[in-house]
Design a protein around this ligand. Structure first.
Ligand code: ZN
Length: 232
């Protein structure tokens, strides 16, 4: 049975186009999804910054409270110290006050450091918001570009499918049956062009008889990978 090499070549080209266009159709929504994921990520970054800022503030507030409590205690200890009648009591209170003052100095430094960190984190908020806006802008652009592209791809695919149906309507007999089975399973990989004396699909060396049959327009199937072969 013979089939013209140009028909196989045409079918192969159409199947390749179909694969390419179908792939583009699949990638479109993924590009949009990727742009959405980026927005979600940027929002999460902002959320984390705000959470961090909140925790730092709470920590600073907690220490401020501790500082004031200790200041009150120092004031009360000072009252007791001034009223002390015994020298030993006076000394003990004096030492307690000194220790509390020392502790409060450390605490003041810690609070100052925390407030500085709050400022640093606060400064990250505006850039993070800008990142979200930029990502949202990107999404609008990607959606517009992909939607336009998908329309064009869908039109191309419809044209290619019509052309495929047209070429396939001219097939008959065993070849039609084998071809339909093969391309339904493997699409464009059901057909291969020869490369030199090899199958272009799997690079198996073809026998002289096979090459001879190909040259005489007989149907040849690669014994290794099962593709229909054609020579251009
Ligand atoms: Zn092969």
């Amino acid at each position: 049975m013979s089939i013209s090499a140009s028909v196989l070549e045409t079918l192969h080209r159409i199947h390749r186009q179909k694969t390419d266009l179908s792939g583009q159709l699949e990638r479109g929504p993924k590009q949009i999804q990727a742009a959405r994921t980026k927005i979600d990520y940027c929002k999460k970054v902002l959320e984390d910054i705000r959470e961090k800022q909140k925790n730092l503030r709470m920590d600073a507030d907690r220490r401020q409270l501790q500082l004031r409590e200790r200041e009150n205690r120092i004031a009360s200890l000072e009252g007791k110290m001034n009223a002390a009648k015994e020298n030993r009591e006076y000394q003990t209170l004096k030492e307690q006050i000194a220790a509390d003052r020392q502790a409060n100095n450390v605490l003041s430094d810690e609070i100052l450091e925390l407030l500085e960190q709050v400022d640093v984190v606060h400064a990250q908020i505006d850039p993070a918001i800008a990142q979200i806006k930029a990502a949202e802008g990107d999404l609008v652009e990607v959606e517009k570009r992909v939607t336009e592209r998908m329309k064009a791809v869908e039109a191309d695919l419809a044209r290619v499918m019509k052309e495929l149906a047209q070429v396939e309507s001219g097939l008959e007999g065993d070849f039609k049956r084998d071809y339909e089975r093969l391309v339904s399973l493997r699409g464009e990989d059901g057909i291969a062009e020869t490369e030199g004396n090899c199958c272009g699909g799997c690079y198996q060396m073809l026998t002289p008889q096979m090459l001879d049959r190909l040259a005489n327009h007989f149907t040849v199937v690669c014994p290794s990978c099962g593709r229909f072969l054609y020579q251009s």
